[in-house]
Ligand binder design. Structure first.
Ligand code: GLP
Length: 259
């Protein structure tokens, strides 16, 4: 586990460097995308490099982590729409390069099985971006999700519904109660995991995920089981970490730390 503490823009550059390294190894790399406000600095930096001609995403395949049940792809609050607005458009991608779970699938269980199949057929995810919920969720894997869970239909906690109401004109009634989400077991199969968290509100979740016990009550603690995880945290999200001096020293003395 590697911990990088920096400001939001620098974190966006760090994550984009990691993505660029994967693409240098494999031009048709498979990148997992996350939604929410936290990864936006990464998407801004990706788009900047594409426009500058220093990042070539033309052969890259992308998969989303999750999607709300009941929202069509063209619903403005769907995660497909979010990723179209923040990644596909700004990075000049062909929409077919991005696969998102279909929240309107007639058979959600089959949709989830097909999604797992599509990820496998693409050769697995090389690098998965993640945010973190205030309760430690990753994707939409709420507390007590099994560490072995696969892509499936999940229910959202009240805390998550309330937190995400800000994207629905602050009306929690409009937030779907169900979602489709890659499971924790699915996420742990990615070659590399990069979790980004900013702001003081995420500090308790970050502390629990990195320094707390391994427990399904904190889904992000499952990342402790993965050999290649980079946590990107700003000063505020990292403010409750007890061993922050050690992480800084590691970063100074270990060559290529976090890469
Ligand atoms: C949603 C998403 C998560 C995301 C979380 C935090 O619940 N399903 O993938 O990590 O929101 O979002 P934000 O970064 O906006 O705090």
């Amino acid at each position: 586990m590697r911990i990088i503490q920096d400001d939001g823009e620098a974190l966006g550059r760090f994550a984009t460097d990691l993505i660029a390294e994967r693409i240098a190894d494999r031009p048709d790399a498979v990148i997992g995308l996350a939604t929410g406000s936290s990864p936006i600095p990464i998407y801004v930096e990706m788009a900047r490099r594409v426009a500058a001609g220093t990042l070539d995403l033309s052969s890259v395949r992308f998969f989303a982590l999750d999607e709300y049940v009941g929202l069509a792809a063209d619903h403005p609050m769907s995660y497909r729409a979010f990723l179209d607005d923040h990644v596909v458009g700004p990075c000049n991608l062909d929409p077919a390069q991005l696969t998102v779970l279909n929240g309107k699938a007639a058979d959600p269980v089959a949709e989830c099985a097909d999604y797992e199949q599509a990820i496998s057929a693409a050769g697995g995810i090389d690098l998965q971006l993640l945010g973190i919920g205030h309760n430690g969720h990753i994707g939409f894997n709420e507390p007590t999700s099994s560490f072995a869970s696969r892509t499936r239909v999940v229910a959202l906690t009240h805390q998550t519904v309330d937190a995400n109401a800000r994207f629905f004109d602050d009306d929690a009634e409009d937030v779907p109660l169900l979602a489709l989400s890659q499971g924790i077991g699915t996420i742990l199969e990615a070659g590399r995991l990069v979790l980004i968290a900013t702001g003081a509100g995420k500090a308790p979740a970050i502390r629990s995920a990195i320094e707390g016990e391994l427990t399904s009550s904190v889904p992000a603690s499952a990342l402790q089981l993965h050999p290649k995880v980079t946590f990107l945290v700003d000063e505020f999200a990292g403010s409750m970490l007890a061993r922050v001096d050690f992480y800084r020293r590691e970063r100074q003395i270990i060559p290529g730390y976090g890469h």
